[in-house]
Design a protein. Structure first.
Length: 243
C-alpha cells in the first residue's frame, strides 16, 4: 500500500469517526430545541441518574479495595496498574448503571425514537416481523450487552492505553443499543444489525466514544440518555439513506 493511499484511508477513517461524535452534541441541542420531546424523556433521565449514580458510587467506594487486592506491593509500575484498576472499577460501575437503565427504559426509548423519526422523515417506517420477533431480538441485544460488559474493567487494567480501549469498547456497545430501535423497525435482525455496525464501524465508534464522554460532562450528563436515543436514531437514519 502506498504512503499516499494509507494517508487517505486514515483521513477517511478519522472523518467518519468525527462524524459519529458530532451526533451526540448536535442531538443534545436537538432535544433542547424541542420541548415536545421533554415529557417522554423524564423517566429515562430519572432512571439513568439513579442507576449510573449508584454505579459510580459503588465504583468509587469499592474500587480502591478491589484495586489493592488485584495489584499488591509498591513500585512505579504497580502504582500505575493500581490506578488503572480504580479507573476500571469506576468505568464498570458507570457502564453497568447505564446498561441497566437502557434495558429498563427500552419502551420509552422506542417511543422517543419514533417521535424523532417522525420529525426527521415525516413518517415512521414499520417493517417489524411481529411481537415475538421483537421480544427475541430485544433479549439478544440485552444478552450482547451483558456478555461485553465484563470486558470493560479487564480492558481498563491494561497500562496506559487501557482506559481508552475500555471507553471505546463500552461506547460501541452503547451505540449498538441506541441504533437498535430504528434498525429493528426496518426488520433487521440481530446478526444483520451487527453487520451494519461493522460496515459503519468508525461512525459507531465515534458516537459511542462521545456518548461515554458525555456521561462525565456536568449538567449535560443529566440529559444524556434521551440525547443518545435521539443521536442513535439520527445516525441510523442518515446511514440508511446512504444504503
Amino acid at each position: 500500500m502506498s504512503r499516499k493511499l494509507a494517508s487517505r484511508l486514515r483521513y477517511l477513517a478519522l472523518s467518519r469517526f468525527l462524524s459519529g461524535i458530532w451526533y451526540v452534541p448536535s442531538s443534545f441541542v436537538y432535544l433542547l430545541r424541542r420541548p415536545s420531546l421533554w415529557p417522554m424523556s423524564l423517566l429515562p433521565v430519572a432512571a439513568m441518574v439513579l442507576l449510573v449514580g449508584a454505579g459510580l458510587v459503588a465504583g468509587f467506594v469499592f474500587g480502591p479495595s478491589v484495586a489493592d487486592r488485584l495489584v499488591e506491593g509498591e513500585g512505579g509500575l504497580r502504582s500505575l496498574w493500581r490506578l488503572g484498576a480504580r479507573i476500571a472499577m469506576l468505568l464498570a460501575g458507570v457502564a453497568a448503571g447505564l446498561g441497566l437503565s437502557l434495558v429498563l427504559t427500552a419502551p420509552f426509548q422506542d417511543l422517543l425514537s419514533k417521535r424523532v423519526e417522525q420529525d426527521v422523515r415525516g413518517s415512521v417506517e414499520e417493517a417489524s416481523r411481529g411481537f415475538r420477533w421483537e421480544v427475541s431480538q430485544f433479549f439478544r441485544g440485552a444478552l450482547y450487552f451483558l456478555v461485553r460488559a465484563p470486558l470493560i474493567p479487564i480492558l481498563a487494567l491494561v497500562p496506559i492505553v487501557g482506559p481508552g480501549l475500555a471507553l471505546l469498547w463500552a461506547g460501541h456497545t452503547v451505540a449498538f443499543q441506541q441504533t437498535d430501535p430504528t434498525l429493528g423497525r426496518r426488520g433487521l435482525d440481530f446478526d444483520t444489525r451487527r453487520q451494519w455496525h461493522r460496515r459503519y464501524r468508525f461512525e459507531s465508534l465515534g458516537f459511542g466514544f462521545a456518548s461515554m464522554v458525555a456521561l462525565v460532562v456536568p449538567i449535560a450528563n443529566l440529559l444524556v440518555l434521551p440525547t443518545l436515543v435521539i443521536g442513535g436514531t439520527r445516525l441510523a437514519l442518515a446511514r440508511l439513506d446512504v444504503d
